[in-house]
Ligand binder design. Structure first.
Ligand code: AMP
Ligand code: ZN
Length: 145
């Protein structure tokens, strides 16, 4: 039951799922989070964990809502791992259209990975970091904390 009032967007599909207006294959629910099967799974066992507080991207999410998601992540990851016997998984969280985000309500994907390589497929083109850039970046990021 979702009896609490949460910050919601009436046009948001995930807020509608939280409100029970749209069905989902629910796996977990508590006062601050919901987890359900992804309707378009990248691989078998792909689930989403969402905060009940509506925020489009992670940078806009209150720390308490993020903490609630983090708190349930290990047990959900463990349950998916045991249920699917996947040898590996990724946690993915997209922010912004350029990242591939399609639903603008923060969500964390847990995506099982299998031996045959089916499912998630991404490049990891590691670059390099100069001492100068590191020093400048570090200071600038810290200045915004
Ligand atoms: P993203 O690209 O990170 O925004 O991912 C959005 C995810 O939400 C996709 O993997 C979709 O398959 C999933 N999705 C969209 N609508 C629903 C829905 N009604 N129930 C479950 N998953 C959904
Ligand atoms: Zn929402």
């Amino acid at each position: 039951m979702n009896t609490n009032q949460h910050h919601a967007d009436p046009d948001c599909i995930f807020c509608k799922i939280i409100a029970g207006q749209i069905p989902c294959h629910k796996i977990h629910e508590d006062d601050h989070t919901l987890a359900f099967l992804d309707i378009g799974p990248i691989s078998r066992g792909h689930i989403l964990i969402i905060p009940k507080h509506h925020a489009a991207t992670l940078a806009e999410l209150p720390a308490e809502a993020a903490a609630a998601c983090g708190a349930v992540m290990p047990k959900l990851a463990a349950a998916v791992q045991q249920a699917t016997e996947c040898p590996a998984s990724n946690v993915l969280q997209n922010n912004g259209q350029l990242s591939g985000q399609a639903v603008f309500h923060v969500h964390f994907h847990i995506i099982p990975r299998y031996e045959n390589g089916s499912g998630l497929n991404f490049q990891w083109p590691a670059g390099s970091l100069s001492d100068n850039d590191a020093a400048e970046l570090k200071q600038t990021i810290i200045s915004y904390l």
